[in-house]
Design a protein around this ligand. Structure first.
Ligand code: OAD
Ligand code: ZN
Length: 302
């Protein structure tokens, strides 16, 4: 205990987190997560300097990096989006230790919900049931034609995306040749209704909020951190401090959401999330259970 990686500005400590989990004190854990939980699966995050996706985008000559994920820009030019997807996804995709931890919390019967910004479906592949996952920014599971609305599955989209010589780099509808896009939320588009409809009941019950691998600069997702009751412990597990992106745009995107984790019941655990999770599970005596979690790789599902 008392690792140098864990810091609590005030009251809540890593020891209290471990003990609380061990003693069954938390019964409705809500998780919020982002790209940082999938970097160890080989998917770059968005904003980390030099390794982040937005850094890699420089070659596409976009007006600004976020344009690649803008609904308006996609309509004009879907090529950078698909170029990026081809770079983004490793050939095999396997859930990380942190994803397994989510599944373990579910097995222990204490997972209320996961709110994820990720579109890689790794929470699902780690064995978390669909009804426990809210994909706030959509996913790649389904896609549709932007002209005639015909729907396609992941297998089709993957095959069309990774054979760009067939379609000039952009998957096209087999019926009308319209551009096909995955059912992800691009900037400027509304979040799925499931995101909004569960917030009040989830956060009413939430007795532990765990936030993993997200810079918390994107609204409205980042506003969720303020939804838990004031005395409920909130734990932020991330490489860098909340809201830190080093860019003016990142600062603007944060749009004034209070993500500084300065409540008395907050704990900030800076460092690699898989290491933090392993350490906590070690402490509780859950390591064996964690290792026993069965996962599926994306390759196996196609
Ligand atoms: P970001 O790239 O903004 O933030 C990822 C965070 O994870 C950073 O703060 C990293 O320091 C941290 N991180 C990276 N690797 C880590 C590791 N191994 N362990 C712990 N922390 C790690 O990604 P998101 O916050 O998910 O939206 O970005 C939010 C949204 O912005 C995305 O959903 C996407 C993007 O534009 C849309 O496309 C609509
Ligand atoms: Zn069509």
């Amino acid at each position: 205990m008392g690792s140098s990686l864990s810091r609590s500005s005030q009251g809540f400590t890593e020891a209290e987190l471990s003990n609380g989990l061990k003693e069954g004190k938390f019964k409705n854990v809500v998780i919020m997560c982002g790209a940082g939980i999938s970097t160890n699966a080989g998917i770059p995050d968005f904003r980390s300097p030099s390794a982040g996706l937005y850094f890699k985008l420089r070659k596409y000559n976009l007006p600004y990096p976020e344009a690649v994920f803008e609904g308006r820009y996609f309509k004009q030019n879907p090529l950078p989006f698909y170029g990026l997807i081809r770079e983004l996804f490793p050939s095999t995709l396997t859930p990380t230790t942190t994803h397994k931890f989510f599944s373990l919390l579910n097995q222990k019967g204490i997972l209320r919900r996961i709110y994820t910004q990720n579109i890689d479906a790794l929470e699902y592949l780690a064995g978390v049931p669909e009804d426990k996952i809210i994909e706030a920014h959509g996913s790649f599971q389904n896609s549709y034609c932007t002209k005639c609305s015909k729907t396609y599955d992941l297998k089709w989209l993957k095959s069309e995306t990774f054979n760009p010589e067939r379609n000039e780099g952009v998957p096209k509808c087999t019926d009308c040749q319209g551009v096909v896009r995955p059912d992800v939320v691009l900037f400027g588009e509304p979040l799925p209704s499931r995101f909004w409809s569960n917030i009040s009941s989830d956060f009413e019950l939430c007795d532990l909020l765990l936030v993993f691998g997200t810079s918390l600069v994107v609204s409205p997702f980042n506003t969720l951190v303020a939804k838990s009751k004031k005395n409920v412990p909130r734990v932020y597990v991330n490489l860098t401090k909340p809201g830190e992106t080093g860019s003016l745009l990142g600062w603007l995107l944060r749009m004034g959401a209070n993500v500084d984790f300065s409540r008395e019941s907050d704990l900030v655990m800076l460092g690699d999330c898989d290491k933090s999770v392993s350490r906590v599970c070690d402490d509780i005596g859950w390591s064996e259970d964690l290792n026993a979690i069965q996962v599926t790789s994306l390759e196996d599902t196609l």
